[in-house]
Write a protein that binds this ligand. Structure first.
Ligand SMILES: [Fe+2]
Length: 490
């Protein structure tokens, strides 16, 4: 049964009062966490990592959905929030409103946000993205690519004054800095495909570049929005078959599409998530000059693999494009419950010579690559990623137990191990105010301490790779997908 979320449950915490209330059981409504048998808190030698059921791990432990929209104020902070930070850290993720979903990716989108100002964490709140799934649920059938009834659960995009909650299965939804939804957004009727969850904001031109994938022959469309927010170009790109293209890359002069071997598997139709690895679908890069079109795309095949997330790309003087990304050997073979985790790879693409050099850069298991987005399209020296400690165990995706910093110039990496029982989401790089060095800034992301079943927003110094602040969130924040810093600094 659909719950009514128009009446928001507001909780107000102040200082130590939050701790007292948390301990009193008033937060029992958030009792959707599963502590392992015998687990009773930090430092307890009897504590053991939760064992999750592979059939529904995304509904358990720190993945479990929360059951209400809440507000908390004047959050307790351990350490010190850098006083220069002024903005909202937001993160999107699935939170099935019924409490059930057939796959981690299918839950309705919920935003979690923390307002940071003057060295304080003023508020936390979580809100569903008010898509048509909540307000006008569809009666069935396959949704069109420009659907308004999709979860919008994957990422947050900022372009100019506008903020969007997005997934790759439909139109973006405009939200505000207090996490309220203002409805779907189709660029004055011009956007007739889905929007990827990973548009690229070109810091040089102010353009927002993105694509949408779809069905029925319109497998890929490239879109260009100018700095003023007008959709000025939609270019259909020829593709031989459907491909679940999650991300792409943009350099100053080129766009690189990534054709991946994830397609429909009709045998999985009844599962509600009929996507799986396709053995005879090659992995290919499609390189298009920024000032070119479909006719100019050069497709180059690489060793078959899955690329979910790119880090960045840049052009070189010899005409190649260098692209760094998390590369998985494969994904969802036999169905979308079989996960793999990637490693950082570099591809040097030569569209004139029609060659691609493929090289693994690092041994650590990783995903959610990040960098200073002011360098999008240009060469970045430093990159960051979430580290997965155990690739697979019993078919269960394991949480992020560390953070990686890459020095791409030196070819080295550094791992910040999280304490036992802690898991992190993706961390987002926020430049320092007077960032004189590329890595002078902060990594921000939600974390969870399973030993005390508590959630927090962590802020790490990206140069030192050490945590400088832990903002206590007095309610549970389930593990989710992508975060964004919505900067309010002038
Ligand atoms: Fe993503």
């Amino acid at each position: 049964m659909k719950k009514n979320y128009s009446r928001r449950e507001a909780l107000h915490y102040a200082g130590a009062g939050a701790v007292a209330l948390a301990g009193s059981g008033l937060l029992a409504g958030c009792g959707d966490r599963v502590l392992p048998p015998g687990g009773s808190g930090a430092g307890d030698p009897g504590w053991a990592e939760p064992v999750l059921d592979p059939a529904s791990w995304w509904l358990q432990a720190n993945y479990a959905p929360v059951d209400a929209e809440r507000d908390a104020f004047d959050l307790k902070v351990e350490g010190a929030i850098p006083p220069e930070l002024d903005g909202v850290y937001m993160r999107n993720g699935p939170n099935p409103i019924s409490g059930e979903s057939g796959h981690w990716f299918l839950g309705e989108g919920m935003l979690h946000g923390v307002r940071i100002r003057n060295g304080a964490a003023e508020w936390y709140r979580n809100r569903y993205v008010q898509t048509d799934l909540l307000t006008a649920p569809p009666s069935g059938g396959i949704a069109p690519p420009s659907s308004k009834a999709h979860p919008a659960n994957t990422a947050i995009v900022v372009h100019g004054d506008r903020v969007f909650a997005v997934a790759e299965t439909g139109l973006p939804f405009e939200i505000d800095r207090e996490l309220a939804t203002h409805g779907w957004y189709d660029y004055d009727g011009k956007l007739t495909t889905a929007m990827t969850a990973h548009p690229k904001l070109d810091p040089r031109t102010g353009e927002l570049l993105f694509f949408g994938y779809g069905f029925g022959g319109d497998f890929l469309t490239y879109h260009q929005v100018d700095a003023s927010g007008v959709l000025v170009r939609s270019e259909k790109i020829d593709m031989p078959a459907f491909s679940m293209m999650h991300d792409f890359a943009v350099s100053e002069d080129h766009v690189v599409f990534i054709d991946v071997p994830i397609g429909f598997n009709l045998e999985l139709l009844s599962s509600g998530f009929p996507l799986a690895w396709v053995d005879d679908h090659p992995t290919r890069f499609g390189v298009m000059p920024r000032n070119g079109g479909n006719a100019d795309v050069v497709w180059l095949e690489i060793e078959q693999c899955m690329i979910v997330h790119t880090m960045n790309a840049h052009d070189t003087e010899d005409g190649t494009i260098v692209l760094e990304c998390a590369r998985m050997p494969e994904l969802w073979r036999g169905g979308p419950s079989n996960w793999e985790t990637g490693k950082l790879w570099r591809y040097t693409i030569d569209p004139a010579g029609r060659t691609v050099r493929e090289e693994q850069l690092d041994e650590h298991l990783c995903d959610f690559p990040q960098f200073d987005r002011r360098l999008l399209g240009r060469k970045n020296r430093y990159g960051y990623a979430a580290h997965f400690g155990v690739e697979r165990e019993g078919g269960v995706l394991r949480g992020v137990n560390g953070l990686l910093k890459y020095d791409l110039e030196r070819g080295s990496s550094r791992l910040l191990d999280l304490p036992t029982g802690h898991a992190s989401d993706e961390v987002f790089f926020v430049p320092a105010e007077d960032g004189s060095a590329e890595d002078h800034g902060y990594l921000m992301g939600f974390g969870h301490d399973a030993t005390s079943d508590s959630s927090y927003l962590a802020i790490y110094d990206a140069q030192a790779m050490e945590r400088v602040a832990r903002v206590e969130i007095p309610v549970g924040v389930p593990a989710g997908f992508h975060g964004m810093w919505v900067d309010e600094r002038g």
